[in-house]
Design a protein around this ligand. Sequence first.
Ligand SMILES: [Zn+2]
Length: 405
Amino acid sequence: MMRNSCLICNSKDIEEIIDLGSHPFADTFIPKSRYGEADKIYPLICDLCSDCGNIQLRCITDPEDRYSSHDYSYTSSNSKFARDHWENYAEEVAKKVNLKEGGFIVDIGSNDGYLGEQFLKKGYCVVGVDPSEYMANLAKERKIETFTGIFDEKIKDEIIEKCGNADLVVANNVFNHSNDPLNFAKSVSQLLSKDGKFVFELPYWYIGLENKKFDQIYHEHVTYFTVKSSKSLLENAGMKIISSEIVDYHGGSLRIIAQNKNEVVEDCLEEKVMIEKEELNKTFEPETYHKFMKEILEKRNIFLEEIYKTKNKGFPIIGVGAAAKGNTFLNFYSLDNKVIDYVTDASEHKKGKYTPATRIPIVGDDIFSRYNDVYALILSWNISHILKEKLHEINPNIKFISLPS
Ligand SMILES: [Zn+2]
């Protein structure tokens, strides 16, 4: 099934801008018992809406398949970098929105409950919402009560009935996962108390475009946000942006704070400045992406030449970082377990599993100590400096192959 109208403004005026070939779900790692099963594979194509600037995937996939058919493997507290980020987030956001003592927070896409726990420690009341039963159980261990399911009107009503309206709704790296972001936003608007605030954070499309990175594109990400498209979406749901900023997460994320529109909410200056910059840099012009596609395809050929030369010399190549964005790279470059020997990751939820479609075994970083001459391909480019230092401690002979930049 395909989307033929804009998810934010309903316009039919949408045009193809990016085609990355066929990909499996990027955040589904395969357990040994299901190694032999077929993966669901879909074309990964982005369309741009000429009316509101929204960028969305063309192919419709079932959220049940994306999050519930396997154990969803992404935990938001899987690295020190991530934990630090969420600790700071709780601190900064509570301050910025002036959250009242003991205020009620709903964390949509609460994952393993790590962020919720940070708010809980500050004396706030927190409930989570997450489609994954597995994650809900992890969150329960952190004392975060979790409504299991995909956030929609029904879950919103359940929360209001059980707990009342929320002083703060947070939805990090989840809004962009929704097959219906407009209804998502409308439900958030109704969930908020009178002066309640809505904070969401997600990969900022504009930064990816500037850095020529396409690894935030995968089936779990249905829409790709700019400040301009956020504004359209929130306005269509009766909300207004009160703050927008760039934060250092996922290689550059957008953090937006909004609230329900009323006469006293002032216009947000940062919003205006950021939209102007997006427009000035031709973020909403198809021509920009035709050039982008041409460049990434040329770089792919050069990169693959280097990879195969290394492989031909008989050296092992080990990927570092079993993350969703790494899977976009592996599938775009068609690098499977015949080329990449292992992918390493620190998460106990991923070790022992395999990458989707490419079936590369996931192991710990200690694998590097087994080899003399070994090449490392860092798949999480946004934290590569941290990873390189760590790996050289395990094996000082590691040579690095860089992803095209
Ligand atoms: Zn639109």
